[in-house]
Design a protein around this ligand. Structure first.
Ligand code: ZN
Length: 137
């Protein structure tokens, strides 16, 4: 029954999930991942919608072998911290590679992936992941 309430929540976050839409403070530069009217760092109300670039550099990563219940079927998986040109850092899943292929400083690109499936409602949740930039041959 509770799953009826999931679609609106996903809807609310979907612009961030698909396109990395953020709210950037024009006063201090802080980036907020959820819609907000007041900067949580400096309390300014001068916020503008922005979109993070599709490429970022890998800072650090780890392999998750004992994930939270909702992600059990994906384990093991890789999570990492990436940094965009403007210095914004993001914790994200990393996909399409083995941990051995990852090196701090390497360039990653954003892709959309199926993240979870709610067995009861059949709702499939998509979201972003990052993967190593594919070399052109
Ligand atoms: Zn601010």
């Amino acid at each position: 029954m509770h799953s009826i309430f999931r679609p609106p929540i996903n809807w609310r976050h979907r612009r961030f999930r698909y396109r990395l839409v953020v709210w950037r403070c024009l006063n201090c530069g802080a980036v907020h991942h959820n819609a907000t009217k007041i900067c949580r760092r400096c309390r300014s109300n001068r916020l503008a919608e922005d979109q993070l670039p599709s490429r970022a550099r890998l800072l650090t990563y780890t392999v998750v072998k004992n994930p939270p219940v909702a992600f059990e079927r994906q384990a093991p998986y890789i999570v990492g911290v990436v940094e965009f040109e403007d210095g914004t850092r993001l914790l994200t899943g990393i996909t399409d590679c083995e941990p051995e292929e990852l090196k701090p400083g390497m360039e990653l690109e954003r892709v959309v992936r199926r993240l979870t499936e709610d067995g009861e409602s059949g709702l499939i949740v998509y979201g972003y992941r990052f993967r190593p930039v594919l070399k052109k041959r």
